[in-house]
Write a protein that binds this ligand. Structure first.
Ligand code: NAD
Ligand code: ZN
Ligand code: ZN
Length: 346
């Protein structure tokens, strides 16, 4: 089968022919319909050799949707033929976090060597993939696989990041979205669908600002120092109640902090270069501000995100590529020229 692999530190991903896997007991073999490209793949491929921890060769892709092709011993054969999205942050399924559906914070994943597909385990950017347990599948019904694939991360991650701040986002409040890429353009829609806040989106190109307006942002502004005054004006001087940073570089963290109001949430989702950090303390951050660094989302939240899409309240803007064009799609992600999410359709 064809697979898109990262094979050598510092090299670009390539399309290779590898053996089709077979499901072991408890596993599921999925015929992949669609797989999304995430900026975290770029992060992984930019890790220096001494910090790289994902194994080589690595079949990429942690946003996957497919149809169950076969099941291993002990798995209900009735699942064959089911179209499903893959919940990616695999956990042990047994610890207290996993019992609450919070497999993204599994207490034993590291100890047991469990890694998400595409981030250690073979990923979704291949004609077939192994899902370690049927627990990690969410049936998608008649949702378009190209929509559903990015919802497993570009949808689930902002959903989780925003959901915890919803009680603060009543009418008359303000949410700032920094970075309107794959995650950010879904984040804007989640805020508009679920909160009473006005949404101010910031990015660095006119194209990204146009996308922000198209998906519902009330204001779209250049991400520079001028945004500080602008957000002050738009909030009557009180500042933002939520800032979600989907870029996660020092300039966005610094800017985002200046936009935050008293009691606001600063939620850092982007994993930028270096070790960017926020300043927390008296005279450095607003009184009663909270700083949150969430990772991916809970299992039941993927059901909720897919349901929002089914209701037509979330639409992922996609650029669709063939598997042979996946390396070129990664090039576009690297260059920052994609609009919304790049998805490989199989
Ligand atoms: P993307 O490349 O699609 O989008 C990033 C956006 O940020 C782009 O629109 C870019 O123009 C914008 N940007 C860059 N610099 C900016 C600046 N100074 N001000 C404002 N905007 C700026 O990336 P993505 O796939 O949406 O991922 C976003 C980030 O989230 C990445 O760092 C990724 O690794 C991370 N991520 C984190 C989690 C998590 O669980 N915390 C999950 C998925 C992705
Ligand atoms: Zn991701
Ligand atoms: Zn666990």
């Amino acid at each position: 089968m064809k697979a898109v692999q990262y094979r050598e530190i510092g090299a670009r991903p390539e399309v290779v022919e590898i053996e089709t896997p077979e499901p072991k007991p408890g596993e599921v073999l999925l015929k992949v319909s669609a797989a999304g490209l995430c900026h975290s793949d770029v992060f992984v491929m930019e890790q220096p050799a001494d910090e790289y921890a994902y194994g080589l060769p690595l079949t990429l892709g942690h946003e996957g949707v497919g149809v169950v092709e076969a099941v291993g011993a002990g798995v209900d054969p009735g699942l064959v033929g089911t179209a499903a999205a893959v919940y990616g942050p695999w956990g042990c399924g047994v610890c207290q976090r996993c019992a609450a559906g919070q497999e993204n914070y599994c207490l034993r994943a590291a100890e047991l060597g469990i890694a998400p597909p595409g981030l250690g385990a073979p990923g979704a950017m291949a004609e077939y993939m192994i899902v370690d347990s049927p627990r990690h599948l969410v049936p998608i019904g008649d949702l378009d696989p190209v929509q559903a694939a990015p919802l497993t991360d570009a949808g689930l991650t902002p959903y989780h990041a925003i959901k915890r701040s919803l009680p603060k986002l009543t009418a008359g409040t303000t949410a700032v979205v920094l970075g309107v890429g794959g995650l950010g353009h879904v984040g804007v829609q989640i805020l508009k669908a679920l909160s009473g806040a006005q949404v101010v989106a910031l990015d660095v190109t006119e194209e990204k600002l146009a996308l922000a307006r198209e998906v519902g942002a009330d204001h779209a502004l250049m991400s520079d120092a001028s945004a500080v005054e602008a957000v002050k004006d738009l909030t009557g001087g009180r500042g933002a109640d939520l800032v979600v940073d989907f870029a996660g570089v020092q300039p966005t963290i610094d800017l985002g902090q200046q936009l935050l109001g008293v009691g606001g949430d600063f939620t850092l989702v982007g994993i930028g270069h270096g070790s960017p950090s926020a300043k927390v303390g008296f005279f450095q951050s607003p009184y009663e501000a909270s700083f949150l660094v969430p990772y991916w989302g809970y299992r039941q939240e993927l059901f909720e995100v897919l349901e929002l899409a089914r209701q037509g309240r979330l639409t992922v803007h996609t650029e669709v590529f063939s598997v042979d064009d996946a390396p070129a799609a990664y090039g576009r992600l690297w260059d920052g020229t994609l609009r919304g999410r790049a998805v490989v359709r199989f």
